[in-house]
Design a protein around this ligand. Structure first.
Ligand code: SF4
Length: 348
């Protein structure tokens, strides 16, 4: 829903303008808050906005293009005035940032609840963020007394399902035919596992493979597809990178028997869609709180590397140059993990 286009507003506002994966992991908090106060309004990035527009806990999504049309204090002031006119009763602020704190304060929202530290002196209620546990549970502590069991959840539309089925139809040999989805991209270069092409080649001898990602990943997807199809035979690999919206991609992931992904947003999309996951962790580790959530899902990483983890997000390149955390994670090890998961057997 575009800014200002909705006549109805909730009394509760959530401001979450962090990365896409963080927004997906905030959906349990949205559900918990909706259970307490009714559906909420959410300020989020233009990229993440479509994911939340169809969420049952959300009444209205207000896009905030903090790096584009709304950048700087002028953009922030404009949005704050718009929010002030709504007279929200309370704001929840899961993202610790100056912009978030300033926006809620300038919007004069009387109750501003977030995590202590940083700019929390601008909040009216600051609580310590748990250091351990999964990020979804840590974020849920913002919702006082909320039931703890709210999994991440997304709701693609019928049109999204149709678009996803269009890709599926290219590969399916029969209805409900299982396929493996690969998500090879990541904003952070050191988080990209280098053997997706080898993995796709191995998998595609037995099962269709779909490569998922955004427009930025299309070239990488082409490379993987070409390398995987190079051996000929009955290999079926479709590069869907850049061909689907985020919600359509979520709908396609929901149809996959398993998703193989780096430590990046598609991991959380799969969690939200109930799809089994094999997640490949290089410079980061699951103890940071962003690993798979569903029982049985697998996270693979190289043990015993003294340099690992080297960064909370993953640097653009390996600072040591060898990138052993990813290069020593082999394609056969990932195939074995997929077999261990048993997802292909369950969905065939
Ligand atoms: S320093 Fe170590 S953990 Fe970091 S990217 Fe390089 S190999 Fe991976």
């Amino acid at each position: 829903m575009g800014r200002g286009s909705a006549p109805l507003s909730a009394s509760t506002l959530v401001i979450q303008t962090a990365f896409l994966g963080d927004v997906v992991l905030t959906t349990p908090l949205l559900s918990a808050l909706a259970a307490q106060h009714g559906p909420v309004d959410v300020v989020t990035t233009p990229v993440a906005a479509p994911l939340l527009e169809t969420h049952p806990a959300v009444m209205q999504v207000i896009p905030y293009d903090k790096h584009g049309g709304d950048r700087g204090w002028a953009g922030l002031g404009r949005l704050a005035r718009q929010l002030r006119n709504v007279h929200y009763a309370r704001a929840y602020l899961p993202h610790r940032s100056l912009r978030t704190a300033a926006l809620a304060t300038l919007a004069r929202i009387p109750i501003r609840r977030g995590f202590s530290g940083g700019w929390s002196f601008l909040y009216t209620e600051a609580i310590p963020k748990p250091r351990a546990g999964h990020e979804t549970d840590r974020l849920l502590t913002l919702a006082n007394g909320a039931p703890a069991v709210y999994p991440p959840h997304l709701r693609p539309t019928t049109e999204d399902e149709r678009a996803a089925s269009g890709v599926w139809d290219q590969i399916a040999q029969r209805p409900e035919s299982p396929f493996v989805a690969l998500a090879p991209g990541s904003i952070w270069g050191s988080k990209r596992w280098p053997y997706y092409a080898e993995l796709a080649a191995q998998l595609a001898t037995a099962v269709p493979v779909v490569i998922i990602g955004g427009q930025d990943d299309a070239g990488l997807g082409d490379e993987i597809q070409r390398a995987a199809e190079g051996g000929g035979g009955r290999r079926r690999v479709v590069n869907a990178c850049g061909k689907l919206t985020l919600r359509q991609s979520a709908a396609l992931i929901a149809k996959a028997a398993v998703l193989v992904t780096n430590d990046s947003a598609p991991l959380h999309l799969a969690t939200a869609m109930g799809t089994p996951v094999v997640a490949l962790f290089g410079p980061t580790i699951t103890e940071f709180g962003f690993g798979p959530l569903r029982p049985g899902d697998l996270a693979l990483g190289v043990d015993g590397l003294l340099c690992r983890p080297c960064s909370s997000h993953g640097p653009p390149q390996c600072p040591l140059g060898h990138h052993r955390c990813m290069r020593e994670l082999t394609a056969p090890a990932v195939v074995t993990a997929i077999e261990e998961l048993g997802a292909l057997r369950r969905r065939s």
